[in-house]
Design a protein around this ligand. Sequence first.
Ligand SMILES: Nc1nc2c(ncn2[C@@H]2O[C@H](COP(=O)(O)OP(=O)(O)OP(=O)(O)O)[C@@H](O)[C@H]2O)c(=O)[nH]1
Ligand SMILES: [Mg+2]
Length: 432
Amino acid sequence: MIIDEVTITVEAGAGGDGCLSFRREKYVPRGGPDGGNGGKGGDIFLESRTDVNTLVDFLYRPIYKAHHGGHGKGKNQHGKDAEAITIRVPIGTLVWNENQELVVDMKENGMKFLIAKGGRGGRGNTTFATSTQQAPRLAERGEPGEIKTLRLELRLLADVGIVGFPNAGKSTLLSRVTHAHPKIADYPFTTLEPQLGVVKLSENRSFVLADVPGLIDGASQGKGLGVRFLRHLERTKILLHLIDLSTLESYPELTKRIKTIQKELKQHSVKFQKIPQLIILTKTDSAANKEFPKWMNRLKTKKIKTMSVSAVTGQGLNQLLEETWSLLSETKKKEIAEKSLKPKKVVYETQIRFQVKKDDKLFYVTGTEIKKWVAMTNFGSRDALERFQKIMQRMGVVRELKNQGVSEGDTVVCDGQELTFRSEELGVENDF
Ligand SMILES: Nc1nc2c(ncn2[C@@H]2O[C@H](COP(=O)(O)OP(=O)(O)OP(=O)(O)O)[C@@H](O)[C@H]2O)c(=O)[nH]1
Ligand SMILES: [Mg+2]
């Protein structure tokens, strides 16, 4: 299996800061607050596309940054929202986070996934005015955007699989139509593990072909090697079923061989019944019985698509690739039509709100939300500090601190910001 891998960093934009300002007009003493809100920071999306085939571009451009939101201004002017950016990835890209957890499998065409969320704009002081607090000296800073380091892994999914008995000429076919160099020999079980190659018909017409070890009667019960690798073919869209003419004497033998392989596939997984199959008679140059064109006609009357090739003379190879391509395009179109009926998914991750840990005399409060509120608070302002405390209370941080035995004067470190646990002095109703 060809696996392509890159590491990238995505940095969503921070929200713009909210503005702290008061109206100043002639003859209007003590004008009210008029600080506008900051704009939203830019989000970063991943989108799976059929027109992107590799991860190579990411090697040259591993960092993606969205813009920050504009800052709020006086006269209630809000900052501008930053535009989202979309990173295009090939279909079949797996996205892993720093903890090696799978974030998303971009396996469907046109799937859009919010990978890094832009920060919310900070609120200006106008927002904080209430009937009791008419001149708030409080404005939020913008929320930082999410920053993530991601590992993208492309599992090149094979579009077309080759199946058949050992020695049918599977690897030879792969070597003739792609740049792959599989081992080829005139004894069974030459191929020991799956081989992939890319067939390029023209600039925009290419597909991935997979060759797996040969199957034998009883393979689904574990005989031979082939069955171990059949799972690699489960996601293919078309199967080329190869049959060796050089050892084929009669029509009944042909149908028997076809049925044997089809039975093995079906017993391995019912999924194979839905995958269209092309029957390919191989080694026409050394066919044991020259009557095979008649057999092909008989199969055609049963609506079984049959072709013949010789990897030695090259006979039939082009027709085979063209036929495979048109069948493949048809199958893909059908799939896309079925899928586009469903709404596109945008998935959000859920996170633990906060964590409190006691270490000696210090209490450490961490978590994404805590990080956010610390970044958004201007600790130099008494009003802002008071608000921060209220938020900690609402989130249940205070309750948890108390559970862990916090007392007056203890130091609480919120995401690197040192604060003193004190109640009355700050005049907050309940303790911090
Ligand atoms: N005359 C002739 N011989 C061929 C042709 N295609 C393949 N062969 C020969 O058939 C033998 C088997 O070919 P492989 O491609 O290794 O067969 P395979 O299906 O991959 O076999 P396993 O990997 O063992 O399952 C080799 O000796 C090839 O040279 C052909 O079109 N004409
Ligand atoms: Mg082989």
